[in-house]
Design a protein around this ligand. Structure first.
Ligand SMILES: C=C1C[C@]23C[C@H]1CC[C@H]2[C@@]12CC[C@H](O)[C@@](C)(C(=O)O1)[C@H]2[C@@H]3C(=O)O
Length: 358
């Protein structure tokens, strides 16, 4: 019967490439075990399930990474990806490790570079509750961004997660990370020696990028661009795509409702401005020096209408937006390099960085 779970599951399987289906279905099964009906979350099991990888300061396909605490008072840390230093030292001995540590220190204490390069402040997805920068899928994605940015630095922020830490903790951490990034001489570049920061994120990370960008615009901090990938927004009134695609492609409205309840203040509903930034309690951005946006949308994501409407409102308010909507893509398509959608979007991101790193 049309609309039944059976039909939906089959439809999903035939339309989504097998590797992608397996990847996201596994996440879905695990996440369903982690969320409890009373709103609490099994963080111990989550830590166990979450597949993480260590940083690697040696050159891996031209990119090296390391973890760095940016605010010891609250323990906020980031994973930094940067072009690998010229000498590729793959030794596993102590001398090799010491050389790598020295190179990291040199990098962190270095001065501005004359050639402009982008600094991508990245917020991983996971609906505000899951994942960290070292989660394998996000480590891979950030490496990819570092490579396509041609000499750029990616800073993946380990923001606090819900339900242990509700709104506005994730935004506060994003804001702290932005302030840190703009104050570091080693992240400055170009003739005017300033940090050329792009904010980027997928799912909840896209939501965080938006809210940090608003705060930056209010504070007069210039952001070169915003990259929102399947950004997580919501609202009390359901959109057409939410009705049509609910339960069909991995994510359900019921799942989303759980995550909003975990993140938003206890008495808030989905029209809270964190969730519905241009909704009845939201704020329009006309006249604000808001950055240019690249809005990446999957046509089979139930919230695709919302993301397209987000882009429309930005445009109506006089801001520059490029929408890249991949009609047949589902959530998480940018995590595996196995489809045209993946390659098209990566190229769009590379072009967006290139065009706006002035
Ligand atoms: C309950 C969730 C949360 C999902 C959707 C659904 C099942 C799979 C999850 C992930 C898991 C992998 C990525 O983090 C993600 C961004 C993705 O693409 O799929 C997640 C997504 C989300 O947080 O928005």
């Amino acid at each position: 019967m049309a609309g039944s779970d059976e039909v939906n599951r089959n439809e999903c399987r035939t339309l989504v490439p097998l590797h992608h289906w397996v990847l996201i279905s596994n996440f879905k099964v695990a996440y369903t075990m982690l969320r409890r009906a009373d709103g609490t979350f099994d963080r111990d099991l989550d830590e166990y399930h979450d597949l993480r990888v260590p940083p690697d300061a040696r050159a891996q396909e031209g990119v090296s990474s390391f973890d760095h605490v940016i605010d010891p008072s609250v323990g906020l840390d980031v994973r930094i990806y940067r072009p690998a230093p010229a000498a590729n030292n793959n030794n596993n001995n102590n001398a090799g490790a010491a050389a790598v540590t020295l190179r990291i220190l040199d990098f962190l204490t270095g001065g501005p570079s004359p050639d402009p390069f982008p600094v991508i402040l990245f917020f991983h997805g996971g609906s505000f509750a899951h994942s960290v920068p070292s989660t394998s899928i996000y480590d891979h994605l950030c490496r990819r961004f570092a490579k396509l940015s041609k000499g750029g630095v990616v800073i993946s922020v380990n923001y606090r997660r819900a339900p242990e830490h509700r709104y506005p903790c994730a935004y506060d951490d994003g804001w702290a990370a932005l302030n840190w990034a703009t104050s570091q001489p080693f992240l400055r570049s170009g003739p005017d020696a300033r940090a050329r920061v792009f904010l980027a994120g997928d799912s909840s990370g896209g939501n965080i990028a938006h809210h940090v960008a608003v705060k930056a615009a209010d504070a007069g901090i210039r952001i070169c661009g915003n990259i929102l990938i399947n950004a997580m927004f919501g609202g009390m009134e359901l959109t057409e795509s939410e009705r049509r695609l609910d339960r069909k492609f991995f994510v359900t409205l019921q799942d989303r409702e759980w995550y909003w309840r975990a993140y938003l203040p206890k008495d808030a509903d989905r029209d809270h401005p964190a969730c519905n930034p241009f909704g009845p309690n939201g704020r329009r951005l006309r006249g604000l020096p808001f950055p240019k946006s690249l809005v990446v949308v999957s046509g089979l994501d139930p919230t695709c209408d919302r993301q397209l409407a987000y882009a429309d409102v930005l445009r109506e308010d006089g801001h520059h937006v490029k929408v890249v909507c991949r009609e047949k893509a589902t959530i998480g398509f940018y995590l595996l390099p196995i489809t045209d959608d993946y390659h098209v979007v990566m190229q769009e991101i590379a072009d967006f960085l290139d065009a706006n790193v002035y």
